[in-house]
Design a protein around this ligand. Structure first.
Ligand code: GAP
Length: 526
């Protein structure tokens, strides 16, 4: 009944830009995310996680860790230091090649990544193609043959060809490090500053994204060290330590969750692109020649992980990299449809033996595996899965945020997967008298051994339900007068708002069954 009374307020979240603004302000208002050092007006692209945010983030990390380490007997975890020997970053190629091409607009004084300006332009060509297809679909109705239309329509062919030409030029310019050509593409495509419309551009310059600092008190160049821009290198330099101490055989993986730092030129879109962020990375060491099979395996497995969280198929897609990083043989992104478009959430990279070979060369230490089955030693190839924890958090928040009309009221609800929700259950006495608070507190004290719970007796029951909806609590247990008579309570389910009566003895078990992470983990092996 109640579920039927809900009318989705599509119009209220009519446009995605509007929705994104609402998600951002909700995150602040309900203790998920605050701007860093806000009393000093904040620090650009740096954010702090509040009480509910830190719980949600920890749950995301726990789910990733369990899915990777606990569920695979041949994957082990480490926690390497953020600061590493500076030669690490020479060997990895980051000192020479971890650059973004940067361009300034002379009129607006705004700074952009040249490759992103070009990619955005290509995305506009894509939009034009989709519009042509949509128009034709409307015109031809049921008899419309999309594949035929795309391969024969002159306008679509022209746009597709243009996009391909620009893509090829971009890929070559990026591979060659040709900054003049990047600028020329921007000029040829007549790309304007998205904010001011001006086409008055500077030259394109390379900008290294690593933050540097000094080790010790003597400030000479030899002491320069870097904040790691990816966690992966902590895994590579520990390859032998881990392999020997855990007696793993190839194929095996090393997983890690930790902070990474990048001096991003264009840091926008809230926590999507931050200067300090957290990565969840796994390096899978395989026999040379077997990397393509493992690349396919990890692509599918990681997509399954995302879908296990209930994210609709239409919100996720693969996108092959057109410009490969200096270490990659193949690379694909898992993209999520953020309110500002499909964007990278996770990368799966076939990194060849690049990293281990380079560390072997720079350190003079052998980083090889003796394969008893092949009776030979080799430098293993690596397939990497790399996901930004903060981006995953943002994807979860955007996916969960909803506004619903319930009778005459609007409720804002975060429909987070119960296993990830910061607070699993709230215990509420219907009124603040007649012995109901005492009974409710008894249940609360019992449940908090197993779950993050809240007890709340302030305001009307309706208001308390709304507060829990807004932070995404999947279950509310209400103690009413009947509870004192027959020892039952109601459990209200967040998404349907339906209530059922269960006995106090059963409450613990009912909640356990519905919020456990095992429910998600089981989907990965089904
Ligand atoms: N070890 C490979 C690597 O670092 P990447 O594609 O540069 O690859 C992996 O980064 C993931 O890290 C991205 O898919 C994204 O989720 C996250 N990420 C990268 N830069 C980020 C930033 N500035 N802010 C937040 N997340 C970021």
């Amino acid at each position: 009944m109640v579920a039927r009374a809900i009318t989705y307020l599509c119009a209220m979240i009519a446009n995605d830009g509007e929705k994104f603004k609402k998600v951002v302000s909700h995150a602040k208002e309900y203790g998920y995310i605050y701007p860093s050092s806000e009393i000093y007006d904040g620090l650009s692209a740096v954010y702090d996680y509040g009480p509910y945010g830190s719980l949600l983030k920890n749950n995301i990390k726990e789910y990733w860790w369990k899915a990777m380490v606990q569920m695979h007997e041949n994957i082990v975890g480490i926690d390497a230091a953020i600061l590493m020997h500076p030669t690490t970053w020479k060997a990895s190629g980051h000192v020479d090649a971890f650059n973004d091409p940067l361009i300034d607009n002379k009129d607006s004084k705004k700074r952009y990544r040249a490759d992103v300006l070009i990619e955005d332009f290509m995305a506009k060509l894509d939009d034009k193609i989709h519009k042509e297809v949509d128009k034709a679909r409307k015109r031809f109705g049921g008899s419309f043959d999309e594949a035929m239309f795309i391969s024969t329509n002159n306008r679509v062919l022209e746009l597709t060809d243009r996009k391909k030409q620009i893509g090829d030029r971009l890929a070559k310019a990026m591979t060659d490090g040709n900054m003049e050509e990047l600028r020329q593409i921007i000029v040829d495509c007549e790309i304007a500053d998205p904010e001011s419309g001006s086409r008055n551009w500077t030259e394109v310059r390379q900008f290294n994204l690593m933050f540097s600092t000094k080790l010790g008190s003597v400030a000479d160049a030899a002491d320069t060290i870097y904040l790691r821009p990816e966690t992966a290198q902590g895994i590579f330099v520990n390859f032998l330590n881990v392999q020997k101490t855990t007696r793993q055989k190839v194929p095996f993986g090393i997983a890690q969750i930790g902070k990474a730092f990048r001096n991003e030129i264009v840091a926008r879109q809230f926590i999507f692109r931050m200067r300090e962020f957290e990565q969840m990375e796994m390096q899978y060491f395989v026999r040379p020649g077997e990397e393509d099979n493992w690349y396919s395996y990890w692509k599918e497995h990681r997509m399954k992980w995302h879908k296990s969280l209930g994210t609709d198929d239409s919100m996720l897609k693969f996108k092959d990299h057109e410009n490969l990083a200096h270490y990659a043989k193949a690379a694909v992104d898992i993209e999520f449809q953020f309110p500002f478009g499909f964007k990278e959430l996770e990368g799966i990279h076939s990194r060849t033996d690049y990293d281990l070979s380079r560390h072997q060369e720079f350190s003079g230490k052998k980083l090889q595996f003796f394969d008893p089955e092949l009776n030979q030693s080799y430098v293993p190839f690596v397939v990497e899965t790399s996901i930004g924890c903060d981006r995953m958090f943002l994807a979860m928040l955007c996916n969960a945020y909803d506004e619903e009309q319930v009778q005459d009221d609007t409720r804002t609800v975060l429909k987070l997967p119960p296993a990830l929700a910061p607070v699993k259950v709230a215990v509420l006495p219907l009124v603040k008298k007649d012995g109901l608070p005492e009974k409710a507190l008894e249940i609360f004290h019992q449940l908090r051994f197993s779950h993050q719970c809240q007890y709340d007796e302030k305001d009307s029951i309706g208001k308390r339900y709304r507060r829990q909806d807004a932070i995404g609590t999947p279950y509310c247990i209400t103690v009413d007068h009947q509870s004192l008579e027959d020892g039952t309570v109601t459990i209200r389910e967040r998404d349907t708002m339906q209530q059922e009566r269960v006995s106090v003895e059963e409450v613990q078990q009912v909640v356990n069954e519905r919020v456990q992470m095992n429910l998600l983990l089981k989907k990965l092996v089904s």
